[in-house]
Design a protein. Structure first.
Length: 212
């Protein structure tokens, strides 16, 4: 399976930028071979440094992948926060925009996406990765809180539960139909339409309709 991006991210090694060069090399290799298809030595060679050089910044390949995943979650958080836009123009539309942004990230950043979700990197591999993951998810939770607040009082589902449900749904669609690599399946409609329809069905299944 080929995860290759349309354009290479490799920048090559420049003095003082070894860490960044290794991350860029890892992204290229993920694009070419998948997150499990290369060694630490290959990452060093791709970055144009000796096999020993990466140990100045990373204890092993897993630590390098954890850093790639951290950067990916930071980028995802930025995608989601921009889409949420503090709930404008209204929480329902903004919540839908957050889901669409999730699909857009999978399409635009397939190598990061693979490192985040397919490299078997534990979510708590580093404190920095945990923080980046939590902050990205927090955008979805805040969006869910604003949405739930518009539902009838006395029968509002927990906002965290709603955010987890929608995250799971968006992630499934992104992984199957919206990613920007050869792992994308064909779909007889835009993935965004499938996500929107599922979101509306979810709200209908709760027996509630947000106020406009």
């Amino acid at each position: 399976m080929n995860w290759q991006n349309k354009s290479s991210r490799r920048r090559g090694y420049h003095h003082g930028h070894l860490r960044e060069a290794l991350v860029a090399a890892a992204l290229d290799l993920i694009g070419e071979k998948g997150p499990a298809g290369f060694t630490f030595a290959e990452a060093a060679r791709s970055a144009g440094v000796s096999p020993a050089a990466p140990y100045r910044h990373f204890r092993d390949r897993d630590a390098l992948l954890a850093e790639v995943a951290r950067q990916g979650f930071e980028r995802l958080g930025a995608f989601l926060a921009k889409a949420w836009n503090d709930g404008a123009p209204d929480p329902v539309t903004a919540f839908d925009n957050v889901g669409r942004a999730y699909l857009a990230f999978a399409r635009a950043e397939p190598a990061y996406y693979a490192a985040m979700f397919e490299a078997q990197v534990p979510p708590d591999a580093t404190p920095e990765l945990t923080q980046a993951t939590d902050e990205a998810f927090l955008v979805m939770q805040r969006a869910a809180e604003a949405l739930v607040a518009r539902l009838p009082k006395g029968s509002r589902p927990p906002a965290r539960m709603v955010s987890l449900h929608v995250w799971s749904f968006a992630h499934g669609i992104a992984s199957l139909f919206a990613r920007g690599d050869a792992a994308r399946r064909k779909l007889p409609m835009p993935p965004e339409e499938l996500l929107e329809a599922g979101f509306l069905l979810y709200l209908d299944g709760l027996g509630k309709e947000p106020k406009s």
